[in-house]
Ligand binder design. Structure first.
Ligand code: PEP
Length: 253
């Protein structure tokens, strides 16, 4: 039985005051679901990670970072290591988000190094994969997902991959207001689960959580969560509004 997982990606938003205020509102509003079997995480910008982890101490909500570097320390100006993130209380790490792939230019190879370093450093990666609109229109969704999963998880054993959550995030659905239909999400998620079974084994495929991400809103969350292979939701824009994020969490229970 896979435990539902709802994560909020705040991207490059909030400030000192709004990050803590949003955190507190989410923690208070979800306190009654704390006993339920749902994993909740928020991923603020680096600058607010520490104040958010402090505001969430002793809470049922975990904190994730939006990026990490694969080296452990040294002359890497501007980068942040896994041990630094662990040190301030992070649990999760977003790897391969489409904005890092397509805006910043991260390669599959770099994403693989980051995922491997995160696992080695005791963080739990949320590995984001998904196709561009042109790739979907050209019927290449399966090929893209296969390439990304095989290269991003290269060299990692089944045991290590059991630390990973996969987020299927079709690029055409991220920040566009155009959510994948529940059927499109289910089709992609079951493809991913079968691929994990082929790459590793049935046991890992059964246990690994696959989140859907891409313009999830309170009114689309429930039908997405009803799909067999949708184990949770990665939420961008709607995670910046406490009421919307709380409604999405409620839909995931
Ligand atoms: C995301 O940033 O991962 C995301 C899914 O964003 P949005 O919900 O805004 O589409």
């Amino acid at each position: 039985m896979r435990r539902p997982f709802v994560a909020g990606n705040w991207k490059m938003n909030t400030d000192t005051h709004t990050s803590v205020d949003l955190t507190k509102r989410i923690a208070t509003g979800s306190s009654e679901v704390a006993g339920h079997s749902v994993t909740i995480a928020v991923c603020p910008p680096f600058t607010y990670l520490q104040s958010v982890t402090k505001a969430l101490s002793a809470s049922h909500i975990a904190v994730g970072a939006q990026d990490v570097y694969f080296e452990s320390n040294g002359a890497f100006t501007g980068e942040i290591s896994t041990s630094m993130l662990k040190d301030i209380g992070c649990t999760y790490i977003l790897c391969g988000h489409s904005e890092r792939r397509h805006v910043i230019g991260e390669t599959d190879e770099l994403i693989n190094k980051k995922a491997a370093a995160a696992i080695a450093g005791g963080l739990l990666p949320i590995l984001c994969i998904g196709e561009l609109l042109a790739e979907r229109d050209a019927d290449q969704t399966g090929q893209v997902i296969t390439r990304q999963l095989k290269s991003n998880l290269a060299g990692l054993s089944a045991e290590k991959v059991s630390a990973v959550t996969i987020a299927y995030e079709p690029v055409w659905a991220i920040g566009t207001g155009r959510t994948a239909t529940p059927q499109q999400a289910q089709e992609a998620h079951s493809f991913i689960r079968e691929l994990i079974a082929q790459m590793y084994d049935e046991e890992l495929a059964e246990e690994i959580r696959i989140l859907y991400g891409g313009s999830v809103k309170p009114d689309s969350a429930e039908s997405l969560m009803r799909q067999n292979d949708v184990d949770g939701l990665l939420v961008g824009g709607a995670s910046l509004k406490a009421d919307d994020f709380l409604a999405i969490i409620q839909a995931a229970i």
